[in-house]
Design a protein around this ligand. Structure first.
Ligand code: NAP
Length: 167
C-alpha cells in the first residue's frame, strides 16, 4: 500500500487558522475530493472536527480519525490512537493508496516518522495569516512531477501549482 499525504501549502506555510482553512479555492478542493474519492483517509481529530458537520464523515471515503482520547466516538468512522495504527486499518481494508489529509500535527508526525511515500502538494503562491503550519520539507530530496498549474481568476483568486512528490 502506498501512503500518500495531500495538502495545500501557501508560500509562508500557514495551512489553517482557528481550526479552519484560510482560503476558498474550489478548483483545489475538487482536486482533493477527486484524489481521495473511494480511498481511506487519515486525519487528526481537530481536522475532522473542522469539517462542517453536514459534510462529515467525508462521503464515499473511509474516514479514519486519530486521537489520544480513548473515549472518542464518531459515527461511521474508524477511530484510532496513533498514525501507524490508522495506516494499519487502511491496509486491513485492502487499500492500495491511503491519504493522510492533515492537519498540521498529523502532517508533521507522519513526515518525521518517515511514514509517507508520496505527497500531493498544492503550492499556493500567496502568504496567509494562520496559526497552523505545514512542516519544513526539503522538497529537493523528493522526485517531483508537476500535475497542473492555475492562474488566479475570479473563482479561484490565487496562483497555484499542484505537484506530486515521490520518495
Ligand atoms: N491546508 C491544508 O491542506 C489543510 C489540511 C488539513 C487541515 N488543515 C488545517 O489544519 C488545522 C488543524 O490542524 P492541527 O495541527 O491543529 O490538528 P490535527 O493535526 O488535525 O489534529 C490534532 C489532534 O490529533 C490527535 N493526535 C495528534 N497526534 C497524535 C498521536 N501521535 N496519537 C494520537 N492522536 C494524535 C490529537 O487529538 P486529541 O486532542 O483528540 O487527542 C490532536 O489534538 C485546521 O486549521 C485545518 O483547517 C489544513
Amino acid at each position: 500500500m502506498i501512503v500518500s499525504l495531500i495538502a495545500a501549502v501557501p508560500s509562508n506555510g500557514a495551512i489553517g487558522k482557528n481550526n479552519q482553512l484560510i482560503w476558498d479555492l474550489p478548483k483545489d478542493m475538487k482536486f482533493f475530493m477527486d484524489s481521495t474519492m473511494e480511498h481511506n483517509i487519515i486525519m487528526g481529530r481537530k481536522n475532522f472536527e473542522s469539517i462542517p458537520e453536514k459534510y462529515r464523515p467525508l462521503r464515499n471515503r473511509t474516514n479514519i480519525i486519530v486521537t489520544r482520547n480513548t473515549e472518542y466516538k464518531a459515527e461511521n468512522c474508524f477511530v484510532t490512537h496513533s498514525i501507524k495504527a490508522a495506516i494499519e486499518i487502511a491496509e486491513q481494508n485492502n487499500e492500495k493508496e491511503c491519504f493522510i489529509i492533515g492537519g498540521g500535527e498529523i502532517y508533521r508526525q507522519s513526515l518525521e516518522e518517515n511514514l509517507v511515500d508520496r505527497m500531493y502538494i498544492t503550492h499556493i503562491k500567496s502568504d496567509f495569516d494562520g496559526d497552523t503550519f505545514f512542516p519544513k520539507v526539503d522538497w529537493k530530496k523528493w522526485s517531483k512531477r508537476n500535475l497542473f498549474s492555475h492562474i488566479a481568476n475570479s473563482e479561484n483568486p490565487h496562483d497555484f501549482d499542484v505537484v506530486c512528490y515521490e520518495k
